[in-house]
Write a protein that binds this ligand. Structure first.
Ligand code: PMP
Ligand code: GLN
Length: 381
């Protein structure tokens, strides 16, 4: 058996969703919306199946999707991407992450990662033989500083794996933060894999900046996106990878033997969806922002300390200010078993016992779901 996998616990998202089903809890743990997703995009996928889009599509993705993606990111992020040599479709961002890590990291290479980290990152880096160099971010600001980067980067740094907007913190890093990170990548000649799956899910008029757009980063950055997040249909495993041609060449070699392709009907629907008018995306943001505010306000009224979130489906509370502050994991287990609410303990996003007082909730829910959650939380003794 491979020790890395044999020793891994089941992912917290599966654990909590299972407990939520067992205890008939409201599930604000795993991040998925109550909303079914845009009907026209779902209809396109259904029509594509009936119309016969069911055989292997080209390995790099449907040409229509690659063109639509290049157009979409020019429109939204000012990126110039060549659909033929700089765009690839994967089966979810998860495959893109695996492929990027497996194709860029060699055994013994150091990889800079940021905690809290999305739970798939560390096992993939370890499986590739990479040596993780963990930068620890602290609530409530989760600030990246030059001192922290100075301690993590070295001559052996091959790659940095960064997530922006960030799950679970809900932080959208500013251009200045990214410039600091970019400086280190350039100075140490490191690749950057930037997981930008939450790029469209941002609030309060914050600006999202793709890491690839910073000086010195275009040739060394792999950008990863997810249609599951762009359209709020998380079961649609359609990821997109963007990188300069020399990087894309090696990334495509990983892809060809991980999944090779991605269901063509979903690709056709995503190609259509990426072309939707600006209003679709801005309305989605406004609706999610209202849900965020509803949950944040309700939690604050119940006396919880809410950590601000300007992106993703998530906001967190800090239990530390509570009297006899409970451990986040114990709190979440009690909550799902006895109050019927599932949430995620943020300690699950740390490799070592660091922060154990933060609890994440998914607010991409109908008002009635949020209100039911708040009613249940109000009953905590
Ligand atoms: N990266 C991050 C930061 C995520 O939050 C998620 C899923 N929520 C993924 C990657 C995985 O995306 P996909 O479902 O497209 O594989
Ligand atoms: N990304 C989702 C979240 O953070 C869950 C993904 C998963 O279940 N693996 O909740």
């Amino acid at each position: 058996l491979n020790r890395i996998y044999a020793d891994l616990p089941t992912t917290i998202f599966e654990v909590m969703s299972h407990l939520a089903r067992t205890h008939e809890a409201v599930n604000l743990g795993q991040g998925f919306p109550d909303d079914p997703g845009p009907e026209d995009v779902r209809r396109k996928a259904a029509d594509a199946v009936v119309d016969g889009w069911n055989q292997y599509p080209p390995m790099m993705g449907l040409p229509e999707l690659r063109r639509a993606a290049a157009d979409h990111y020019r429109r939204w992020q000012g990126l110039e991407l060549d659909p033929d040599s700089e765009v690839m479709v994967t089966s979810g961002a998860t495959e893109a992450l695996a492929g990027a890590i497996f194709s860029l990291v060699e055994p013994g290479d150091e990889v800079v990662l940021f905690q809290p980290l999305y739970d798939a990152y560390l096992p993939l880096v370890l499986r590739a033989g990479g040596i993780p160099r963990l930068v620890r971010l602290e609530p409530p600001s989760w600030t990246i500083t030059a001192e922290k980067l100075e301690a993590a980067f070295s001559e052996r740094t091959k790659m940095v794996l960064f997530n922006n907007p960030q799950n679970p913190t809900g932080i959208v890093y500013s251009r200045a933060d990214l410039a600091l990170l970019a400086d280190y990548c350039v100075r140490f000649d490191a690749y950057a894999v930037c997981d930008e799956v939450w790029e469209h899910v941002i609030f309060d008029d914050v600006t999202f900046t793709p890491l690839m757009s910073l000086p010195g980063m275009r040739e060394r950055t792999v950008k990863i996106s997810s249609a599951g997040k762009i359209f709020g249909m998380t079961g649609w495993k359609v990821g997109m990878v963007f990188a300069a041609p020399p990087l894309m060449k090696v990334l495509s070699k990983a892809h060809q033997f991980l999944t090779f392709t991605t269901p063509p009907n979903l690709q056709a629907a995503v190609a259509y969806g990426l072309g939707k008018e600006d209003g679709y995306f801005t309305t989605m943001r406004a609706q999610l922002q209202r849900s965020r505010d509803r949950l944040a306000q309700g939690l604050a009224e119940l006396g919880f300390s809410v950590i601000p979130s300007t992106g993703t489906y998530f906001l967190s509370i800090d239990l530390a200010p509570l009297t006899n502050a409970p451990d986040d994991e114990a709190f979440c287990l009690d909550l799902v078993r006895n109050q019927g609410v599932a949430a995620i303990p943020v300690s699950a996003f740390y490799a070592e016992d660091a922060v154990r007082s933060v609890v994440r909730f998914c607010f991409a829910k109908h008002d009635s779901t949020i209100d039911r959650t708040l009613e249940r939380l109000a009953k905590i003794p």
